[in-house]
Design a protein around this ligand. Structure first.
Ligand code: NAI
Ligand code: A1CAB
Length: 267
């Protein structure tokens, strides 16, 4: 069995680590590189995984997953480049960072795959989009697909779509949680106990998500089924249109896409 290293074990690094462990990956086939000593200790205690220096992780692993912030990527690549060798696979989960950026900092023959994951991977319901770099074989892309497939769904996309994907599914869970928070607050304003409002909103979200996935029916049709002529839903949706919520979603996701592009330029 090949060795996989995860360099940068914050929110997303631990999400991947925990998913691999849940999927049955032996911890002695995993290595972690993590800068903060207290975090390293926490992960060693929680998973029994070896936390080692980045250079050791990169040397021993066949697949190296880079899960540091985009701003830290240059420093990490500089540190591990000398330890990398042709045939290894580097999988980057960082927003904005292009395969060309990584390829220009690692030895020739190291394959690179760019991934945009999301946090529902923590409950094996992740959505990841993967794009191969310029010297990545079908087998190596398949390895990255299997890595992310252990924590959810995976799609292959051209790299030029990665900034848009980051805006939709990468950041997407935050928008959904924002809507959930807003609906709970509204319930409290309408006089419901907070616990009741929370239970109502979460189950409504889960039920609606399940309907979308299991019926395959278009969201517009599902929305129309809830909207009785002259009824309560029509009254609410009219307010959302008056407040330009649809336009706000478009502007928000354009801003996220633009921020992903800017991260590639190091800002
Ligand atoms: N949190 C999210 O929802 C998503 C995050 N991502 C990407 O994942 C990457 C990580 O994001 P988060 O986990 O949220 O950030 P985070 O800040 O929680 O984790 C980053 C980790 O990297 C460690 N680190 C920093 N420099 C290091 C170095 N030189 N060597 C070893 N470890 C180092 C930090 O100590 C920290 O534990 C980012 O590039 C982000 O764009 C992608 C999709 C979703
Ligand atoms: O906010 C961010 O930059 C990262 C990338 C996608 C989700 N979180």
């Amino acid at each position: 069995m090949s060795q996989t290293a995860i360099i940068g074990a914050g929110v997303m690094g631990e999400t991947l680590l925990s998913g691999l462990v849940r999927a049955g990956r032996r911890v002695d086939h995993l290595l972690v590189g993590e800068k903060r000593p207290e975090r390293a200790q926490e992960l060693e205690e929680r998973y029994g995984v070896a936390v080692v220096g980045n250079v050791e992780a990169a040397t021993k692993a066949d697949t190296v997953a880079l899960v540091v912030k985009p701003q830290d990527m240059g420093e990490v690549l500089e540190e591990i480049a000398g330890a990398l060798r042709p045939g290894q696979l580097v999988v980057s989960l960082a927003a904005g960072i292009t395969t060309a950026f990584i390829e220009s900092r690692v030895p020739d023959g190291v394959a690179v795959v760019r991934v945009m994951p999301n946090t529902p991977a923590l409950v094996d319901e992740g959505m990841a989009a993967i794009s191969p770099g310029s010297h990545c074989s079908e087998e190596q892309l398949g390895e990255a697909e299997a890595l992310m497939g252990s924590v959810g769904k995976v799609v292959r996309i051209p790299e030029r779509q990665q900034d848009a994907v980051t805006a939709i599914s990468g950041s997407g869970p935050a928008y959904i949680f924002f809507v959930v928070e807003s609906m709970i607050e509204a319930g409290v304003h309408l006089g419901l106990p907070r616990t009741t409002a929370t239970e109502l909103v979460i189950q409504t979200l889960v039920g609606s998500g399940k309907m979308l996935r299991e019926t395959g029916t278009h969201p517009t049709v599902l929305r129309e089924q809830v909207t009785s002529p002259g009824g309560t839903t029509a009254a609410a949706l009219r307010e959302l249109e008056v407040h330009k919520v649809r336009a706000a979603f478009l502007a928000a996701m354009e801003a996220a896409r633009d921020r992903s592009r800017a991260l590639a330029e190091g800002s």
